[in-house]
Design a binder for this molecule. Structure first.
Ligand SMILES: [Fe+2]
Length: 132
């Protein structure tokens, strides 16, 4: 088997602002435009292609995107959340505002991008690291 998730389109209201937001929060760069898309590529090669969706931001269905990050990158991302004064939660149901979680022995946090997409940073995958 050789199947790898490669790319997806992220619907947004303002592609430049949205791609830059994700890049800033993840410590990445926005790539050169590709047709109507503005790409942000993460370290495992998956590209998120930001594209303007019709209508208003309220018309964009909320999607959830979770990023498995190193402890160092979590520190940086969480610092950016705090510097920007973004609301954040420890849980996906937004019950524990202003907290992070320690699920599976790691750290995790939820916050929203400018389009209302629910982003998550976590340092340990759900269920913990697989045993080798
Ligand atoms: Fe999640």
């Amino acid at each position: 088997m050789s199947i790898h998730f490669n790319h997806t389109i992220v619907a947004c209201h303002d592609a430049a602002a949205s791609a830059q937001f994700w890049a800033d929060m993840l410590g990445l760069e926005v790539g050169p435009p590709y047709g109507p898309f503005l790409p942000v590529t993460v370290d495992n090669g998956v590209t998120f292609d930001f594209a303007v969706a019709p209508g208003t931001v309220q018309d964009i269905p909320t999607a959830h995107y979770a990023f498995l990050v190193s402890e160092e990158d979590f520190d940086k991302g969480f610092a950016r959340i705090q510097e920007r004064g973004l609301r954040y939660w420890a849980d996906p149901h937004a019950q524990r505002e202003g907290e992070i979680n320690h699920n599976d022995g790691g750290r995790g946090v939820y916050f929203f991008d400018p389009n209302g997409h629910a982003l998550e940073l976590l340092t340990v995958p759900y269920g913990g690291w697989p045993e080798s």
